[in-house]
Write a protein that binds this ligand. Structure first.
Ligand code: HMG
Length: 388
């Protein structure tokens, strides 16, 4: 059977962050609630000249060092914070990267889940035509109302991947387990900039979806929970993954102790603690974190991944790490990207937060504040103008 999966992966997060200790002080909250209670430390926050397109293009650019643009037959762009109701955000990225005109581009949406739908669709497209590669991009800005419970779980980032035959990083299995149910836990009507959230309920929905997806997965293959050493979860905040992992272990009748379960998730949490929720990109940032932070060679190890999007859809799937994968990782670049960010004061955070992209259709220009290669330079006559 043809092997298909992730051949290359690259992450990007904005050049600025807010320390949650600063937010805790301003909101009169015990900082330990954020560091221990939800498991978050820093929150990536985009400057006004950054959006899902610039983050996506900045994540995807390094992939072209190893993949010829002629090979990319499709780009699937997953987001729930799109910049247009009609045009796919990926078309801007296609232009910025100089991809070929015969590359199809489409945007996909189902809350935080759609990047996994994109990855699975990419695998199917590659199985149909192994000569071509598919670029999958997940890019999102998680923005909640000021002073709402969700404020501490904001974040921003993008992950871009090349999916191909005989992949060099993670071979994706054809079997997975899914769970879908119409629930009102988190949604964002077209007229709102921020989501409507029933936060506590959303955590219960997440856990149910994780358990049900796991049970569906093991109906479809002979995988055992205790055979898997590495797990990645969608991480709206890192404690969420841990809570769900314990509950999945219970339905899987695992013999692992709470400490062992926690240790299984720690390497995959590290980057997410520093960037916050990136919606569609979160689970793939967790995958980067896992691959970068496990020092031993993970060749031939299985990684199980739980992808979740409110509303809701969940999917548990798995992949096998390909020998030699370490040479393909961008560990040093990823660590530098996180370390070289600038800390925002609370006032700077509020300025970024309140500079919503104007919706009057008039001409606006943006100062270059991001250190990213691509940035949004202006809005003009309803057009978005990107520069590098
Ligand atoms: P909250 O009401 O501010 O917090 O909202 P809390 O009172 O529930 O406390 C959180 C935890 O901190 C609790 O731990 C407290 O005990 C603990 P738990 O009992 O849950 O284990 N705590 C402390 N610990 C130590 N020292 C202290 C202290 N104080 C409290 N002093 C909530 C939390 C997650 C609801 C909120 O942040 C929220 O609404 N977030 C947005 C929604 C969300 O992230 N939901 C997650 C599941 S849904 C999902 O993942 C999908 C999503 O990504 C969207 C999509 O799919 O598009 C969100």
């Amino acid at each position: 059977m043809l092997k298909v999966g992730i051949d290359d992966i690259s992450l990007y997060t904005p050049a600025f962050y807010l320390d949650l200790k600063t937010l805790a002080k301003e909101r009169g909250v015990d900082p330990i609630k954020y560091s221990k209670g939800i498991g978050q430390e820093l929150m990536a926050f985009p400057s006004p000249d950054e959006d899902i397109v610039t983050m996506a293009a900045n994540a995807a650019l390094p992939l072209l060092e190893r993949c010829a643009i002629e090979e990319i037959g499709t780009m699937l762009f997953a987001t729930e914070t799109s910049v247009d109701q009609s045009k796919a955000a990926g078309i801007f990225v296609h232009d910025l990267l100089g991809l070929k005109n015969n590359c199809r581009v489409v945007e996909m949406k189902q809350a935080c889940y759609s990047a996994t739908a994109a990855l699975q669709s990419a695998c199917a497209l590659v199985a149909r035509n192994p000569e071509k590669a598919v670029m999958v991009i997940a890019s999102d800005i998680a923005k909640y109302d000021l002073e709402s419970p969700g404020e501490s779980t904001q974040g921003a980032g993008a992950v871009a991947m090349i999916v191909r035959a005989n992949p060099r990083i993670l071979e994706i299995s054809a079997t997975s387990g899914c769970f879908c149910q119409n629930v009102e836990d988190f949604w964002r009507p077209n007229y709102r900039q921020t989501p409507v959230v029933d936060g506590r309920y959303s955590t219960q929905v997440y856990i149910k979806a994780a358990q049900e997806s796991w049970l569906d997965l093991i109906q479809n293959c002979d995988l055992q929970f205790d055979d898997i050493n590495y797990f990645c979860y969608h991480l709206p905040f890192t404690k969420m993954g841990l809570k769900a992992h314990r509950k999945v272990a219970r339905v899987a009748k695992s013999a692992k102790s709470v400490e062992q379960l926690e240790a299984q998730l720690a390497p995959a949490d590290r980057y997410n603690r520093q960037v916050g929720n990136c919606y569609t990109a979160s689970i793939y940032i967790s995958l980067c974190s896992l691959l970068d932070n496990i020092k031993e060679d993970m060749a031939n190890e299985k990684i199980a991944l739980f992808s979740f999007g409110s509303g809701c859809v969940g999917e548990f799937f798995w992949g096998t790490v390909v020998p030699g994968y370490k040479q393909l990782l961008r560990t040093k670049r990823n660590i530098e990207l996180l370390q070289n960010r600038k800390e925002l004061s609370f006032e700077e955070y509020l300025r970024f937060y309140k500079t919503n992209s104007p919706d009057d259709g008039l001409a606006h220009s943006f100062d270059k504040e991001t250190t990213g290669h691509f940035y949004l330079s202006a809005l003009e006559n309803h057009h978005r103008i990107y520069s590098s």
